[in-house]
Design a protein around this ligand. Structure first.
Ligand SMILES: Nc1nc2c(ncn2[C@@H]2O[C@H](COP(=O)(O)OP(=O)(O)OP(=O)(O)O)[C@@H](O)[C@H]2O)c(=O)[nH]1
Ligand SMILES: [Mg+2]
Length: 539
């Protein structure tokens, strides 16, 4: 038996920190689906009301407090300037415009199913609201139905779908956003009922990625994912376009296998899309080697790498800024970061390492995106250490941890990389939630990127977890080899450094490569256990 939902009252959305009104009572709605329908409906309405009560909070500045470490946030200004282009058409006029196309959702009604407990449904619907707002739309209302599996025809059952149509009409919404992935036929059927555009969660996430991608590679990856999503749905888009244009779709019989004047164009579009996809794949493949080279060079110079991973909006970029003062874009929006930022920094004892910010994860990340971003995710698989950032202020941190690990499980090597779980947003976390997570994640570090709490401790933990250089050398380094000395400072651990008349007398731990160069350049004074050659001299 699952614990009663009342015990896990959600407190904060992924997007803000406002206090919650106490959850209203609920009766007879266990997890077996046998609760009386009216109670389920009332609970669903309560959930929707709570989600709506915080509408508009996902992308306002309220939750974001920029610290000095966050820097100038120029991207943010650019991004808010782009957001909310009111009054533009939401339809796709030509498939070729799929490139960096924005869905320009405007006024939306959310739709969700509630299959387990109400608390889960609320978390999920809140996330959908945050996604929709991140994409630039205004959430007007929501419809939640209690059912175990989606209706194969219309996602919602017929009755609920009709109810949804009424809500759409009343609110004047122009788009319905469904909290799941719709089969092309389900989307069409639902559009026929509600008479406005229907978008699923995958399309919404793809749209946010398209808005946020900045680098050439990021844009190519997103476009590829969008086209892959679009391809099997081409006919659907065609249908809804002809309806929008005032054309008669005719009966439902004009579905699969029907031939019409539109067919040739669709075939043509399909071929064009496939061609474009092939081109994008080639381009992405050509860009990968550049990253490979950079990565290989970091490896060769034995600079340990740390990758910051975690659920979207957990505070990864804020943490990177707090740890290094990097000035990376921080925004109370989902998927603010798409292009990985890598910063060099040092341990308290002076060793250099790199810290990489990565794209955020989300439950049921569209597989098209996992594929498209595979090369970026591989950065995590290659790291020497993962900082897994968790929003400790979120009502369901365990769910987020699980979602992140599910994605990592698909990234070659990522599961073998040592991980430090970082519970962020300590300043707004519920102590009980923190305790619960810590019971499972014993070594988790509690921090706040905002207040700086725990950051010093985290830096020490990172320093301790980084691989240490394997060789100890004891050399007398001539003064004209300052280049080698700076490399020791950057990547090694110095145990002794004395300036003598003949040069710098140095005892340090360094990697094999540098050890060899040091021994060649200097007069080795003494090499200890892990070096192969012992050259005489004083000790
Ligand atoms: N209260 C509080 N808010 C925080 C803290 N750290 C980050 N935030 C806020 O959380 C929101 C998301 O922060 P980001 O650093 O952009 O999160 P992210 O994980 O990089 O997000 P994506 O790039 O979108 O995946 C912003 O509004 C931050 O100001 C913290 O320690 N305490
Ligand atoms: Mg970020």
């Amino acid at each position: 038996m699952t614990p009663t939902p009342d015990e896990r009252e959600p407190e904060q959305s992924p997007a803000d920190g406002a206090a919650q009104p106490p959850e209203t009572r609920r009766s007879g709605d266990g997890t077996d689906g046998s609760g009386p329908g009216r109670d389920a409906d009332a609970t669903a309405r309560d959930v929707v009301a709570r989600v709506l009560a915080r509408a508009g909070t996902a992308v306002d500045a309220g939750g974001t407090r920029h610290t000095a470490a966050d820097g100038q946030q120029l991207d943010l200004q650019e991004r808010s300037a782009l957001r909310r282009v009111a009054g533009l058409s939401t339809e796709l006029e030509d498939v070729t415009e799929v490139e960096y196309r924005q869905l320009r959702l405007e006024r939306v009604v959310l739709v969700g199913l509630w299959s387990r407990d109400a608390a889960d449904a609320e978390i999920s619907l809140r996330e959908l609201a945050a996604l929709a707002e991140t994409a630039g739309s205004q959430v007007l209302d929501g419809v939640l139905q209690r059912r175990q599996t989606p209706d194969p025809g219309t996602y919602l059952g017929q009755g609920k779908a009709a109810q949804l149509a009424a809500v759409v009409q009343e609110t004047g919404a122009d788009t319905v956003v469904v909290d799941g992935e719709l089969a092309p036929s389900q989307r069409r059927a639902l559009e026929d009922i509600v008479k406005v555009k229907v978008v699923d969660r995958t399309a919404l996430i793809l749209d946010i990625f398209a808005q946020h991608a900045k680098s050439k590679e990021g844009k190519a990856q997103v476009e590829l994912a969008q086209l892959e999503y679009l391809l099997p749905r081409l006919r659907g888009w065609g249908d809804s376009m002809s309806r929008q244009a005032g054309g008669q779709v005719g009966s439902a019989g004009a579905g699969m296998g029907s031939r019409g004047p539109g067919e040739t164009k669709i075939e043509l579009d399909r071929r064009r899309i496939r061609g474009r996809m092939a081109k994008l794949r080639r381009e992405i493949a050509a860009m990968a080697p550049a990253r490979e080279t950079k990565r290989a060079s970091r490896k060769r110079h034995a600079v340990p790498s740390v990758a910051i991973v975690g659920y979207t909006n957990a505070g990864k970029s804020s943490l990177l800024n707090a740890l290094t003062g990097a000035g990376v874009l921080v925004e109370n929006a989902l998927f603010a970061t798409l292009d990985p930022t890598i910063r060099r920094t040092r341990t308290p004892d002076g060793r250099t390492y790199t810290l990489a910010d990565t794209v955020g994860f989300v439950r049921n990340l569209p597989h098209q995106l996992v594929e498209a971003f595979r090369s970026t995710l591989e950065e995590a698989g290659d790291a020497d250490l993962l900082l897994h950032v968790v929003d400790a202020g979120h009502p369901d941190p365990d769910g987020q941890i699980a979602a992140v690990r599910a994605v990592l499980a698909d990234v070659p090597g990522a599961m073998d990389v040592p991980e430090i779980v970082v519970l962020n947003k300590a300043d707004r976390a519920d102590p009980d939630t923190v305790d619960t997570v810590r019971r499972r994640e014993k070594d988790a570090v509690l921090v706040s990127a905002h207040t700086g709490l725990g950051i010093e401790h985290l830096l020490e933990r990172v320093a301790a977890a980084l691989p240490r250089p394997g060789r100890t050398v004891d050399v007398l380094l001539p003064y004209d080899r300052g280049d080698l000395l700076s490399r020791v400072h950057a990547t090694g651990e110095i145990e002794r450094e004395e300036h003598t008349a003949d040069g710098t007398s140095l005892r340090a731990r360094v990697d094999d490569h540098l050890a060899a160069e040091l021994v060649a350049a200097g007069s080795a004074v003494h090499n200890d256990d892990r070096t192969d050659a012992v050259v005489g001299g004083h000790s």
